[in-house]
Design a binder for this molecule. Structure first.
Ligand SMILES: [Zn+2]
Length: 119
């Protein structure tokens, strides 16, 4: 966390603007000038890694000048499902992972038993 800070961004449609960046934002905001509505605050990546492979990634996002009120709010972007989630959606996704983890453990026990039978 960097703390709340003012940043200055060059935009194609509103010129140079000053934006209050929330304390959870870790974006450097050093991308090429674009539209003001494209400004995106992003939090640190939360990545599930298995043996060096990224399985899932999620982070806080907010587009403070977006056209819709939903995108002006704070969301979690989940790369594994490719959509932005509100708290209820994030809970729903987490429940799927918990259930999937239980299936993987069950599959592991089945595999252990099958390998035992084959020996
Ligand atoms: Zn920011």
């Amino acid at each position: 966390m960097r703390g709340v800070r003012w940043i200055t961004i060059q935009t194609a449609d509103h010129g140079l603007i000053h934006v209050l960046c929330p304390d959870w934002c870790t974006s450097r905001h050093d991308h090429r000038p674009g539209y003001r509505s494209d400004i995106l605050h992003t939090g640190p990546d939360h990545i599930a890694v298995f043996r060096g492979q990224d399985l899932a990634l999620a982070c806080l996002v907010q587009a403070p000048f977006a056209d819709t009120a939903e995108r002006r709010g704070i969301w979690v972007s989940s790369d594994d499902v490719g959509i932005e989630l509100d708290p209820a959606g994030l809970d729903e996704l987490a429940a799927v992972y918990v259930e999937y983890a239980a299936h993987l453990l069950q599959l592991s026990r089945q595999l252990t038993a099958l390998r035992g039978e084959g020996q």
